[in-house]
Every structure is written in C-alpha cells, then in structure tokens.
Design a binder for this molecule. Structure first.
Ligand code: AQP
Length: 331
C-alpha cells in the first residue's frame, strides 16, 4: 500500500530556533520511515515580511544544512526549496480565484503581523495562507504536522480543497492535521507568554539550533523567571514552566522527575542544568551542520534533486487543475 503523504516546512526568515526544533524538525525526523514526506524551505513565504536578499539566501542554504543535520534524509524524504518548484505559485493563483477576501481577512496571523507594522501591509501577507494551501494540496497531502498557530491556515486549505472539488470535480485530497504524540510550544526566554520566534528583535528571547555553548548558557541564565524560587510546572510561573518543558523534551525525563530533582534547590542549579541538556542535545546537530556547510556542492546536489522530485509530483496535480479550470494544455 502507498505510504501516506506528509508536507511541512519552515520559513528561512531567520535562523532556526530551539522552538522550530522541538515543535517541528525533531518530529519530522521520526516520520520519514512511515510516511512519504515532503520537507520544504518556504522562502516564498519568508518575503511576506521584508528580507535582506543576501541574508535570505544565506538563511535558506543554512536551513537546508540544519534540516539534514537534524536527521532529515534525502534518500527517504523529498527535501527542497519552495521557490525552485514554480507550481506552488501557479496553483496558488488558481486557489486565489476561489478564496474570499472575507475569509482571508479573518486569519489571526494576518491580523497580528499586519498590526505589528503598518508599513508591512502588503498583499502577499494577505494571500500567504492561500500559498500555504497550495503547498499542501499540490502533493495530495494526507497529513500536515501543525502547531496551534497554524490550525486556522490548515482549515483554509481543507476548505479550498473541498470548494475546488465541489466546483470542478474531485481533484485534491482533503488534508488532515497531524498532531504529534508529544507536542511542544516553546516560549520566548524573555517574554514567556509569547512563542519563541526566530524574528524576535531580542536575541536573548531565543536559542538557535546552532548557538555555541556559551551563548546557550548565557541566554538560559538570563531567562526571565519569578521570585517564588520553586521549580514547579505552573501557569503562575511561565518562565519556569517553559524551561521545564525544554528540559523534559531535550532529556527525555518527565516533568515530575525534574521537579523532584530540584526540590528545595534554587533556580541557579536548575538553569545551569537546563542549559547543559540543551548544549549536549544540540552539540551533534551543530557539529554536523558545520561539516555540511563546508560542502556547498553536496548541499546543491540535495536541493537540485529534491526540486526535481517535487516538480514531478507537483506537475501531476497542476496539470489536472489547469485542465479542470479550462486552460488549453500547452505542448
Ligand atoms: N516556539 C515554537 N514552539 C513550537 N513550534 C514552533 N514552530 C515555530 N516556532 C515554534 C514550528 O516550526 C515550524 C516552522 O515554523 P516557521 O518557521 O514556518 O514559522 P513560524 O511558526 O512563524 O516560526 P517563527 O520562528 O515564529 O518565524 P517568524 O519569526 O519568521 O514568524 C512550524 O511547524 C511551527 O509550528
């Protein structure tokens, strides 16, 4: 029987964070044997907020090296850069024609990001969820690993798939959310009520996948906690709760085990040890990443091959779509 298809991606809008790792990449790795996985570096999405071209190029290649360093395997999965597969944009255009202004205006992420900066109120930010729907529907995706923040966008992808199928006849698979067994929403180290984000202006808010040990230790030590002095998993102590989540995910220990270990101790030991499990957990990834970056030819080979595979699969869907909407097939 054919394996089910999974699609997911991360934006090269900065450097990947521990949040991206624990919320996405770490789970993606484990899915590769059981599913037909498409893992994309979504650079087209990244330009919905202003990017420095040189930085974007660098971040995209580095994201690829980090995908590989985290265990994504080009022999098992299709790993590619979104702008290399033009069908993403072509299908997005068709999907735009069946998307309503009203439904796009209701997207929470659009509301949040457009409010952040009026200067950034561009049309791409508005239609971004349609491009995301195109990413997913092009590969006849069965399952999309999504965090809470992306559920609304997946719902739109499902609606658009159904709308198109009803209007023109069955074409798209209607994707389902894939909820990982152990979910993780990693919060900012400086503002633990906000998610850890790679585009945070304050670099003490996030830990990068490729941060050196001393940077990790410094950031964890400086992380915002409280004055209660008890290592407890509680909504009254968001900073400590976040560190406990990170510690547990990185070490494999349960929250209860960790709470017990620090009974009667202050935050100093707890923070040092949390930093230590992060440092040790990320060390092999950073080392592999540094090795991979030395071999740009290899990275190029991976993204070229990935794009070829993705191109082939995506064109199958796009051709069907073009035919159904009434475009004359070209030669
Ligand atoms: N803090 C987080 N905790 C858990 N999961 C997270 N993800 C991102 N941050 C966290 C998950 O990582 C995947 C890729 O996300 P993305 O890079 O496409 O976009 P994002 O969610 O908008 O990530 P950032 O870091 O916040 O980017 P910017 O700052 O550019 O907006 C997704 O599966 C996401 O859920």
């Amino acid at each position: 029987m054919d394996k089910k298809v999974i699609f997911s991606g991360a934006q090269p809008s900065g450097k990947l964070t521990l949040g991206n790792y624990l919320g996405a990449l770490k789970n993606w790795e484990g899915l590769q044997d059981d599913y037909d996985c498409y893992y994309c570096i979504v650079d087209l999405h990244a330009i919905t907020v202003p990017q420095e071209p040189k930085e974007l190029r660098k971040n995209s290649l580095e994201a690829l090296a980090q995908y590989l360093a985290c265990g994504l395997d080009p022999q098992k999965s299709t790993i590619f850069i979104q702008s290399h597969v033009s069908a993403h944009i072509e299908l997005a255009w068709v999907l735009n024609s069946i998307s309503y202004m009203g439904e796009l205006g209701r997207m929470t992420q659009f509301k949040e990001k457009s409010q952040k900066s009026e200067a950034n109120l561009n049309a791409a930010l508005f239609t971004y969820p349609v491009l995301m729907a195109s990413d997913i529907l092009l590969y006849q995706t069965d399952l999309v690993p999504v965090g809470e923040d992306q559920k609304q966008h997946l719902e739109l992808a499902r609606n658009l798939a159904q709308r198109f199928n009803n209007k023109y006849s069955d074409t798209f698979k209607v994707p389902e959310p894939y909820i990982p067994k152990v979910g993780a929403r990693i919060m900012s180290l400086q503002e633990p009520d906000k998610k850890m984000s790679k585009s945070d202006k304050n670099e003490n808010g996030y830990i990068l996948l490729i941060d050196e040990s001393d940077a990790i230790l410094r950031k964890v030590k400086r992380s915002v906690t409280d004055s209660l002095g008890i290592v407890k998993y509680s909504d009254e102590q968001l900073g400590i709760k976040n560190l406990l989540n990170i510690y547990a995910k990185m070490s494999g220990k349960t929250i209860e085990e960790i709470e017990k270990m620090y009974e009667g101790k202050g935050y100093g030991d707890f923070k040092n040890d949390t930093a230590e499990v992060i440092i040790e957990g990320l060390r092999p990834i950073r080392e592999k990443y540094q090795d991979l970056l030395k071999n740009k030819d290899y990275l190029e080979e991976i993204y070229v091959q990935g794009a070829q595979k993705a191109q082939k699969a995506s064109l199958k869907t796009l051709r069907k779509v073009y035919k159904k909407v009434g475009f004359i097939p070209g030669k």
